[in-house]
Design a protein around this ligand. Structure first.
Ligand SMILES: [Zn+2]
Length: 136
């Protein structure tokens, strides 16, 4: 026997829909993950602010990677200093994306990582493109 989540009546374990209130157990099981909210990671008190700093840093670094990628992409030659900047900021973005964050700020981390992913891919693309141009 199990207890109906809505009306509290005891029903057999294999019940799909509650006889009393028509609560749908199968649907509940399938969509349960939508309602469960995850706990924020537990860190020592003095590192508590890093849960906010990490995703924001990740986001900002992602934007910077993206801007350097644009500089690198729209200059005719391969300018090494821009290339180094792109790689450095992409690396930093990934570094901060791997650190713990508040769940509510997770989207900032995700956007930061995607900007870094795009920056990295486009940079590699340009290097390959220029190499092919030079070699053939
Ligand atoms: Zn019920």
């Amino acid at each position: 026997m199990k207890k109906c989540i809505r009306c509290g009546q005891m029903v057999p374990d294999d019940t799909r829909v509650c006889d009393n209130c028509a609560f749908d157990f199968l649907e509940y099981e399938e969509s349960k993950h939508l309602y469960e909210s995850k706990e924020d990671p537990i860190v020592p008190k003095e590192q508590r602010s890093s849960l906010i700093d990490n995703p924001i840093l990740c986001f900002v670094l992602g934007i910077i990677s993206f801007l350097f990628m644009a500089l690198f992409l729209f200059t005719a030659d391969i300018i090494i200093i821009y290339l180094i900047d792109v790689l450095l900021f992409v690396f930093l973005t990934y570094y901060f994306s791997a650190r713990p964050t508040k769940n509510k700020l997770k989207p900032f981390q995700v956007v930061g990582v995607w900007l870094a992913n795009i920056a990295f891919s486009v940079t590699i693309f340009k290097i390959v493109y220029v190499l092919i141009d030079v070699l053939f």
